[in-house]
Design a binder for this molecule. Structure first.
Ligand code: HEM
Length: 474
């Protein structure tokens, strides 16, 4: 590992070709993060210009993410990598008062979308996608189709509008290209050398992709929303942002006229669309991949859903998660296990603003800290048979022993930057799964095993296909 890192450090930034090669080597390492070396409680790498410490010690993770979160802001490289897409949107920002304010507005906006509405939109759209997939022969490119579906759900539930099918496809294609170009190799440059970092981001070719994606968002969502007062019931997120701006909060960051206001609104809507769809699409893609090889799991949940639907008179009618306890528990177990094994944001990246000592190991100011839901949630000291997909661990009479510590399961993060979309995501994933598993069987087709991409998120590295057939079709 050390040899690869030092080689990568020398190659990065020299030329586009060498940068790409360096990136490949680095991503390879991140993708294969498992086993003893990354299970150490605190692992410190000396990068060419800074230290990077990976903390699996749950008390250290707590200190970084929560107790002393103010001293460990989100790393600036994150903002640099995401800026072409989300501009100054909250997700990429290090911290401080503006972020607190933007988060307050996000949370307020999200609480105005009732979970019942999220579940209904998700169930209706999933059924429509299912019908399309059947018309197309039933062999479905899962990651990209789930991305389109989850973008539609987030945009419909929060903005009252959707991309056309062609726009949705283009958006998904562009975001996948963005992922493939984003590269952790940026960490190998000095954290203080912003010019070199910006130069490298430029070389990754993110600006043009980000601009096209922002254009799609602007045309389909932002311009129509600004042209007329949005209906608060259909577009609660947009209406809340505009109300907040009118009250002098949030969006109107520069107060420099319509164009700036427009861009600020675009930034926050981009965050909502991107953070709100990619994560759920990635977890569900992995879950379907696992379920496709576990017909007994599919049958168990399919039978429960069919019984609940028969009692209710409509397939998937209990998809909102509240009505039928056995169905809800089973779906929750599937989702929890997928979130444990495949947390979409595998690394929470922070910076040290001051010298600090963890586990008696001094760390200098200006380095990187990583808390990884991926390594913690697969840690052998915490989880029995950690690499095994086993939803049953969530159905036992006793909850998993690891949960005695809140930090052992952190797919949504922890502390002041914890995901504000957790309830939205859970309602959405329950509804999608109920509509899918209540109506269909899923099987693998030929093709290689996907790997987590390991750059921005742990999404699958290629658009694998699964066969989806209606239940009862033999
Ligand atoms: C399975 C689904 C999801 C997972 C696993 C997930 C995970 C996360 C994690 C780990 C973070 C924190 C990153 C950090 O601390 O560095 C985060 C932040 C965020 N998430 Fe989610 N998320 C999911 C779905 C959603 C949804 C559906 C929305 C919106 C509807 C959303 C909106 C956000 C936003 C706006 C932030 C940034 C908060 C900030 O910067 O303070 N997420 N998410």
């Amino acid at each position: 590992m050390a040899v690869i890192l030092s080689l990568v450090g020398r190659l990065a930034g020299r030329s586009p070709l060498l940068t790409r090669l360096a990136g490949r080597l680095m991503a390879y390492e991140l993708r294969h993060l498992k086993g003893k070396p990354v299970e150490r409680q605190l692992l410190v790498y000396q990068l060419p210009d800074a230290q990077l410490a990976l903390a699996n010690d749950l008390r250290v993770a707590d200190t970084i993410l929560s107790d002393r979160a103010g001293s460990f802001p989100k790393a600036a490289v994150l903002e640099r990598l995401l800026r072409p897409l989300i501009g100054g949107g909250v997700f990429g920002q290090a911290g401080g008062e503006p972020v607190k304010q933007a988060r307050r507005i996000f949370v307020r906006a999200l609480t105005r979308i009732p979970e019942q509405r999220v579940a209904e939109v998700a169930a209706d759209l999933t059924r429509a996608y299912l019908a399309d997939w059947q018309r197309g022969g039933g062999e479905v490119a899962i990651p990209s189709e789930l991305s389109r579906l989850t973008i539609d759900i987030v945009s419909e539930a929060s903005l009252g509008a959707r991309f056309s099918a062609a726009e949705g496809r283009r958006f998904v294609e562009l975001f996948f290209a963005y992922h493939r170009r984003v590269n952790p190799v940026l960490l190998l440059l000095s954290p203080q050398d912003t010019a070199a970092q910006e130069h490298l981001v430029e070389r990754m070719g993110l600006t043009a992709i980000g601009a096209e994606m922002r254009d799609l968002i602007r045309k389909r969502f932002v311009s129509p929303l600004l042209a007329a007062t949005p209906d608060a019931a259909r577009a609660p997120f947009a209406a809340t942002l505009l109300d907040a701006a009118a009250a002098g909060e949030g969006v109107d960051r520069s107060a420099a006229g319509d164009a700036a206001r427009h861009e600020a609104m675009l930034d926050e809507i981009a965050v909502m669309l991107l953070a709100g769809h990619e994560t759920t699409a990635s977890v569900l893609s992995w879950l379907l991949w696992e379920l496709a090889a576990a017909p007994a799991e599919q049958d168990a949940v399919g039978t429960l859903l069919a019984t609940a639907a028969a009692a209710d008179g409509r397939a998937g009618a209990n998809a909102d998660g509240g009505a039928d306890e056995p169905v809800t528990r089973r779906l929750a177990a599937l989702i929890q296990e997928a979130l444990r094994l495949y947390p979409p944001i595998a690394f929470l990246l922070r910076e040290t603003t001051e010298a600090v000592s963890f586990r008696e190991r001094p760390l200098k100011a200006g380095g990187y800290l990583v808390v990884s839901p991926w390594t913690i949630q697969r840690h052998r000291a915490l989880w029995p048979q950690p690499d095994r997909f086993d939803p049953g661990r969530w159905l036992a009479a006793e909850p998993p022993a690891a949960l005695a510590d809140r930090l052992a399961m952190i797919p949504f993060g922890y502390g002041p930057r914890v995901c504000p979309g957790k309830r939205f995501a859970e309602a959405e994933m329950h509804a999608i799964l109920a509509a899918l598993l209540g109506n269909c069987r899923i099987a693998r087709t030929r093709g290689r095993t996907p790997h987590p991409l390991g750059s921005l998120t742990s999404r699958p590295d290629y658009d694998f296909r699964l066969r989806i057939t209606p239940r009862g079709a033999g």
